[in-house]
Write a protein that binds this ligand. Structure first.
Ligand code: EPU
Length: 419
């Protein structure tokens, strides 16, 4: 298994181009199941999760080619099953459920099961589908859904769910009548998906607000679009500049998507300046401790909580970090403590007392964002940090060691066997 060796202490300097967002590309790929034919996506990042979704679609009969663009031909879908082997490696596989039911009125999708960041059930997806007339049974670890016809319905999510909103929005596009989604997620990835569905011929209003109205149409058609920039990758590089007291120019991002992250790092004393097509970040070597609570968009993203905590480990006081989205997204804390961080956990709250320095140590990556936070801590730590199990990072950060070494980080990927 590959690992990363990082020698901390180098202050980063230079330009980083932000890649397309995995969490935008994945639902777009699933949406290709809604209309037979060739769909074309630009700016798709080269990541393990994208390959996994490609394998899942290929298993179902699609032909995927990822060259300069990602082309998915869904003319010949013959298998309506998402098998355990693929779903267990990537929960977002559940995004094929809505499209399959909408177009083929039958689907068999493995239940995702446990996950490193919390229980993460899909009950809200299933309840909404039942309200739309889908009969759902759970058998042999699979969700089996069947419907004669999907019908539009008023649906209120008890909790804001990103992939839940995406799944039901896709299902509703081909349902009879009108679906109104209340308490819908408002993430930019939802808006991007709605834009693509509209290009395919769907009728959707209100994406990006709490209430989305979808009027079903009889048929959709293949189309093409560009994946939006990855706001979490952008936030991670922002934190990298801040934690190393360096200067980075981030290009290719959408500034309006990272507002909540920028606000927090500015509160922490980091200078952020925006140009027409870039954002400059300058750390000054001193990090102010600030409190933070994760919230659905436009609040501070849970996918940046671990990286922000890495920054706060070197803060000049005490920072209280509350994780409101997932109940168990603190797996990075123990690893950071091994590097000298002072963190006290109390349920969903972490109290982070800033320390003068972190020290390099062998650590283990536990999930995607936890891994990114360990990279950040390692960039600032004294000595060498060895980060194991970096396959998590490869799921969601395109060419991370290349991008970081191009701006002066001392980082090396070592291929190896075992852990
Ligand atoms: N929830 C339920 N029941 C459901 C669905 C969600 O109880 O049926 C709960 C979850 O357990 C969680 C909360 O609702 O406590 C919110 O979960 P949500 O459904 O919004 O998460 P998700 O759609 O599974 C997406 C991203 C995650 C990101 C979350 C929150 C994709 C493919 N994944 O997951 O991204 O953390 O939204 O913003 O879009 C990542 O990229 O590292 C990642 C984990």
């Amino acid at each position: 298994m590959d690992k990363l060796l990082i020698e901390g202490g180098a202050s980063l300097r230079g330009e980083v181009r932000i890649s397309g967002a995995k969490n935008c590309a994945l639902p777009l790929m699933a949406a290709s199941l809604l209309a037979g034919g060739k769909h074309t996506f630009r700016n798709v990042p080269r990541l393990r999760d994208i390959t996994t979704m490609g394998s899942l679609l290929a298993h179902m009969g699609a032909v995927c080619e990822h060259g300069a663009m990602l082309e998915i031909d869904t003319s010949d879908i013959h298998t309506l099953t998402a098998p355990y082997e693929l779903v267990k490696t990537m929960r977002a596989s559940v995004l094929v459920l809505g499209p399959m039911l909408a177009r083929h009125r039958r689907a068999r999708v493995s239940l995702p099961g446990g996950c490193a960041i919390g229980a993460r059930p899909i009950n809200l997806h299933l309840k909404a589908l039942e309200q739309m007339g889908v009969e759902i049974v759970l058998e042999h670890g699979y969700v089996v859904g069947e419907a004669k016809r999907l019908r539009g319905a008023p649906i209120r999510f008890d909790q804001v769910t990103v992939t839940g909103t995406e799944n039901i929005m896709m299902a509703a596009c081909l349902a009879d009548g009108v679906t109104v989604l209340e308490n819908a997620a408002r993430e930019p990835e939802i808006v991007a998906l709605a834009d693509y569905l509209v290009r395919m011929g769907a009728q959707i209003e209100g994406a990006g607000t709490h209430e989305i109205t979808i009027t079903g149409v009889p048929e959709l058609y293949p189309a093409n679009c560009e994946v939006i920039p990855d706001r979490i990758e952008a936030g991670t590089y922002l934190a990298a500049a801040a934690i190393t007291g360096g200067w980075l120019r981030l290009k290719g991002l959408r500034q309006e998507h990272i507002q909540s992250i920028v606000t927090k790092v500015v509160d922490a004393g980091v200078r952020v300046e925006s140009g027409a097509d870039y954002v400059d970040v300058r750390g000054n070597g001193r990090i102010g401790s600030v409190d933070m609570e994760t919230q659905p968009y436009p609040g501070f993203p849970t996918d940046m909580q671990a990286q922000f905590m890495a920054l706060m480990t070197l803060g000049d006081g005490v920072s209280v970090i509350k994780e409101s989205i997932f109940e168990n997204r603190f797996m990075h804390v123990l690893e950071m403590e091994r590097m000298g961080a002072d963190i006290h956990l109390d349920g969903r709250t972490a109290i982070v007392r800033g320390v003068k320095k972190l020290s390099g140590a062998p650590v283990m990556a536990t999930d995607l964002r936890a891994s990114a936070s360990l990279v950040l801590a390692a960039l600032a730590a004294e000595g060498i940090t060895e980060i194991n199990r970096i396959y998590h990072l490869d799921r969601g950060y395109e060419a991370i060691e290349k991008k970081l070494s191009a701006v002066g980080a001392r980082i090396e990927r070592v291929s190896g066997r075992g852990e």
